[in-house]
Design a protein. Structure first.
Length: 262
């Protein structure tokens, strides 16, 4: 396994101990990497508790990737070169999840796509001057981008846009010496997922239906992200890599499921 000693990475999206972004930070650190975190102000208290005593966290600064001034200020404070970046940022107005897609307002639609999609464009634009050639960038997506998932609503559209951006960005930055990929993780209990109505039922159904008959963990996803950031994945770019215990290959539910499954 490749050592990441003396390598530095940028990670956006830590909101709690259960965040995929935090699992990635710990995974990279276990291989010797140093981490700089960009977090939203509303998660300050949670992030403060997480970084306390963690020597692998080199720097942690507020950064709202949905805001140009905040993003510019964050990157201005950085010095030296980095070896990769992780974008694990998404947002949908709670009220947009509570109604049919055809009732979503233009404002809710724009906000969701701006934070969950365009934030990647903004992050890449500011990060490239700070990244070493050969660096990888990874974003996080979900199966709702290409299939209807109950209660995922407009976020599925946002993830579809994010995956399209992954390909477009990969094509644009490849000649410059950088890679861009996405990981489509199976459902995980995170702070963001808690906003999805009946999420526990979705988690139970997918875990029982998947070929591996279970759900994935944050640590498993973190290992996939580490691989894509490493030079072991030097020939991989513009891809959406599924890490969902195989659920995405299914064309019909597991017929062995009992009728009583929630």
């Amino acid at each position: 396994m490749q050592s990441l000693h003396d390598k530095r990475f940028l990670i956006f999206g830590v909101a709690s101990e259960d965040s995929i972004a935090w699992a990635v930070a710990r995974e990279l650190a276990s291989f010797g990497a140093s981490i700089t975190l960009g977090y939203q102000k509303r998660f300050l208290s949670r992030v403060m508790q997480l970084v306390k005593g963690q020597s692998f966290v080199e720097k942690w600064e507020q950064c709202d990737l949905a805001n140009e001034e905040s993003t510019q200020a964050f990157f201005t404070k950085l010095s030296g070169a980095y070896c990769g970046m992780v974008h694990s940022v998404a947002f949908v107005p709670p009220e947009a999840l509570a109604k049919p897609i055809f009732e979503v307002t233009e404002e809710e639609f724009a906000k969701t796509l701006a934070v969950s999609g365009y934030s990647l464009v903004r992050a890449v634009r500011h990060a490239l001057p700070k990244l070493n050639r050969g660096s990888g960038i990874v974003t996080m997506t979900y199966l709702g981008s290409e299939r209807v998932v109950p209660n995922y609503q407009i976020m599925g559209t946002a993830k579809a846009a994010l995956e399209s951006l992954t390909r477009e960005i990969a094509a644009a930055i490849g000649p410059l010496g950088y890679r861009m990929n996405a990981v489509s993780a199976g459902p995980l209990k995170t702070l963001a997922a808690s906003a999805i109505p009946n999420f526990n039922s979705i988690l139970e159904w997918m875990g029982a239906s998947s070929p591996l008959r279970r759900n994935v963990t944050q640590n498993e996803i973190a290992r996939v992200v580490r691989f894509l950031l490493s030079s072991d994945a030097s020939a991989i770019t513009g891809q959406v890599l599924f890490a969902d215990a195989g659920y995405s290959i299914l064309g019909a539910p597991n017929l062995e499921l009992k009728d009583g499954l929630a």
